[in-house]
Ligand binder design. Structure first.
Ligand SMILES: Cc1cc2nc3c(=O)[nH]c(=O)nc-3n(C[C@H](O)[C@H](O)[C@H](O)COP(=O)(O)OP(=O)(O)OC[C@H]3O[C@@H](n4cnc5c(N)ncnc54)[C@H](O)[C@@H]3O)c2cc1C
Length: 498
C-alpha cells in the first residue's frame, strides 16, 4: 500500500505568499482511521485542500491489517463486519468505489451448543416478521424461550429512548423476566458481538437499537457485509481515490500537539518538530488519545473532560492455519461457548477476485486460514494465550470433527485491549459533539456523538458530521452525507410505533 501513499514531506510548507485568506490553507485531519478517512472523503468531494496525518505506517486505525511474520500473509488484526443497517458506512464505500470489496451474507449459520449447524435466513414475510420463522426454527431454544423472547422484543421496542438510556440491559432483562437460558442463547449471542460488552455494561438504549435497526426495521438490516480482501488492501484503493481528488495522505506522521492563536486553531505540530498551518482541523484519534492532543485551553473544558469517563472493552481474535479445511461454511455464529464467531478467511478470500495473499510462504500457500473472534474478551485476558488457543481449538473440534484430524500449522492470539468504548448506561452524556468549543476545530471518532455504538458506522458518521460542520462554516450548502436509517415497511411502522 505504501507505494500509493505520499511519503511524509520532511518540511511542511507555510502558506504560499499571496494566499490572503485562511481558507486557502489546508484542512488538516489528524488520524487515518475510518473517521478521518470519511472526513477526507466529504471534504475532497468539494475540492477543498486536505492533508491527513496518520502516526502509524498504515491507515485504518483499529480496523486494519498486519503482515503475519510466520506466514508472511497480510491478515486483518481482527475480522470486521458491517451490517445492512450501517447506511452511512455503505455510502462511504459507494463514494470511494470500494463496495465491491464486500460481500453480502443473507444467511447466518448458528452453531447450537450441542454442535448442530442451523441456517438462519429471512423468509418472504415483510419486516418485522421476516426473521420470525428462522427464530422459531432455532432448535436450542424451547417454546417457552421463544415466547419469552417474543414478549421481550415487543417490550424492548416499546421502551422510550429516555427510559432506555440510563438502564443497564442486565436490569432490563431481570425486569422483563428473561431466563438465564434465553440470555445465554439469544441476547448475549447477538449483543455481545454487536456491542462488545456484557449485559450489565450495556445501555438498554443500544441493546434496543441493535434489535430495531438490525432485525426489525427493514429486511436487509441484519445482513452481514464481509470484506473479501484484507482491510489494508481496501485502504490502498481509498488512498488512490482520495489522492486523485487532491488529498495529501501522510503516514508515519504523528502529530504531537495542536496550537492556537487566540481562539483559533492555527497549526499542528508534528513529532519531528515540523509544523503545518491550517484553516480548519479535524482531530480524528481514538478517545484515549484525544486529551493529550487537545489545545491547552480545551483540556479542562467541561464538554471535553467527560471523554475521560469512557471505558474501553477488549476484543480478541484467534488466528488459525490448518493443513486442510475444517469446515466449508464461510462463517458461523457459535452459541454459548468460549468462541463466538468463526470466519473462514480462505473461503471468503476465494470469493474475491484474487487469491488470499501473494506474499505467503510455501508452507502456508495451501493452508486454510480461520479467525475466531471473541468480543468483550476479559475472560481471554484472564488466561494465557496457549490456554485461550487450546479452548478455541477444543470448541472447533467439538463442532467440526475435521478439526481433529487437521494439522494445526500455526496459531496466533491478538487482543486489542481498547477495541471499543463500553456502551454503558448514560454513555451519551460523555460523548462530545463533533464541533469543539474552538470554531475551526472538529472532533471525529466512533466515540463522538453519533447516536451509534463504537462501530465502523459510528466512525464514518462522525467523519461525515465533522466535515459537514466545516462545509457549513464556509457557507457551502451540501446535502448531508449521513444517511437515513433503512426505510421501514408499513407493518414495521405499526410494530415500532413510528
Ligand atoms: C478488534 C476489533 C474488532 C472490531 N470489530 C468491529 C466490527 O466487526 N464491526 C464494526 O463496525 N466495528 C468493529 N470494531 C470497531 C471499529 O474498528 C472502530 O469503531 C473504528 O475503526 C474506529 O475508527 P476511528 O477512526 O474512530 O478510530 P481509530 O480506528 O482508532 O483511528 C484513529 C487513528 O488515529 C491515529 N492517531 C492516533 N494518534 C495520532 C497522532 N498523534 N497523530 C496522527 N495520528 C494519530 C491512529 O493511529 C489511528 O489510525 C472493532 C474494533 C476492534 C479493535
Amino acid at each position: 500500500m505504501s507505494s500509493s501513499l505520499s511519503s511524509y514531506p520532511t518540511s511542511r510548507s507555510s502558506p504560499a505568499a499571496g494566499d490572503s485568506t485562511a481558507e486557502a490553507l489546508p484542512i488538516v485531519i489528524v488520524g487515518g482511521g475510518l473517521a478521518g478517512l470519511a472526513a477526507a472523503a466529504v471534504l475532497s468531494q468539494h475540492r477543498l485542500p486536505v492533508t491527513l496525518f496518520e502516526s502509524r505506517p498504515r491507515l485504518g486505525g483499529r480496523a486494519s491489517s498486519v503482515v503475519d511474520a510466520s506466514t508472511e500473509m497480510l491478515i486483518d488484526t481482527c475480522q470486521h463486519v458491517a451490517m445492512g443497517c450501517c447506511t452511512s458506512f455503505s455510502k462511504f464505500c459507494e463514494q470511494l468505489g470500494i463496495s465491491h470489496f464486500f460481500r453480502v451474507e443473507d444467511q447466518l449459520n448458528f452453531v447450537a451448543p450441542e454442535g448442530t449447524i442451523v441456517p438462519f435466513a429471512a423468509s418472504r414475510l415483510p419486516a418485522p416478521l421476516h426473521l420470525t420463522n428462522a427464530l422459531l426454527r432455532l432448535p436450542y431454544l424451547t417454546m417457552n424461550d421463544k415466547w419469552q423472547l417474543a414478549r421481550g422484543i415487543r417490550r424492548l421496542v416499546k421502551l422510550s429512548e429516555r427510559d432506555a438510556s440510563d438502564l443497564s440491559f442486565a436490569d432490563w432483562l431481570k425486569q422483563n423476566r428473561q431466563s438465564a437460558h434465553i440470555v445465554d442463547r439469544f441476547w448475549n449471542v447477538v449483543l455481545v458481538s454487536a456491542l462488545s460488552e456484557s449485559s450489565e455494561r450495556i445501555s438498554t438504549k443500544y441493546a434496543r437499537q441493535v434489535i430495531v435497526e438490525a432485525f426489525l426495521r427493514n429486511r436487509h438490516g441484519w445482513e452481514v457485509h464481509l470484506p473479501v480482501r484484507p482491510l489494508t488492501e481496501i485502504y490502498a484503493a481509498i488512498v488512490t481515490e482520495l489522492e486523485s481528488r487532491g488529498v495529501t495522505v501522510c503516514v508515519q506522521a504523528g502529530v504531537e500537539r495542536l496550537e492556537t492563536v487566540g481562539d483559533r486553531l492555527s497549526e499542528v505540530v508534528l513529532r519531528d518538530g515540523s509544523r503545518s498551518t491550517c484553516a480548519d482541523g479535524v482531530l480524528a484519534v481514538s478517545f484515549d488519545r484525544v486529551a493529550d492532543l487537545l489545545p491547552a485551553q480545551l483540556r479542562d473544558h467541561p464538554e471535553l473532560q467527560c471523554v475521560q469517563n469512557l471505558e474501553p472493552s477488549p476484543i480478541s481474535s484467534v488466528h488459525l492455519w490448518f493443513d486442510r479445511p475444517i469446515c466449508d461454511l464461510p462463517h458461523a455464529v457459535i452459541v454459548d461457548r468460549f468462541s463466538q464467531w468463526l470466519f473462514n478467511r480462505t473461503a471468503i478470500h476465494a470469493s474475491g477476485d484474487a487469491p488470499l495473499a501473494a506474499v505467503q510462504t510455501d508452507e502456508f500457500a495451501t493452508s486454510h486460514y480461520y479467525q475466531v473472534v471473541i468480543s468483550a474478551s476479559r475472560n481471554v485476558l484472564e488466561i494465557d494465550s496457549d490456554e485461550a488457543i487450546a479452548r478455541v481449538l477444543a470448541d472447533l473440534q467439538a463442532i467440526w470433527p475435521a478439526a481433529k484430524s487437521a494439522r494445526l500449522l500455526r496459531s496466533r492470539l491478538m487482543t486489542d485491549h481498547r477495541a471499543v468504548f463500553s456502551p454503558l448506561p448514560g454513555i451519551d452524556r460523555h460523548r462530545p459533539r463533533q464541533q469543539s468549543p474552538i470554531a475551526n476545530l472538529q472532533l471525529a471518532g466512533d466515540w463522538t456523538q453519533t447516536g451509534w455504538p463504537a462501530t465502523m458506522e459510528s466512525a464514518v458518521r462522525s467523519g461525515f458530521l465533522a466535515a459537514e460542520n466545516i462545509l457549513r462554516r464556509r457557507g457551502i450548502d451540501a446535502e448531508s452525507h449521513v444517511q437515513a436509517d433503512l426505510p421501514t415497511a408499513r407493518l414495521g411502522k405499526w410494530f415500532l410505533g413510528l
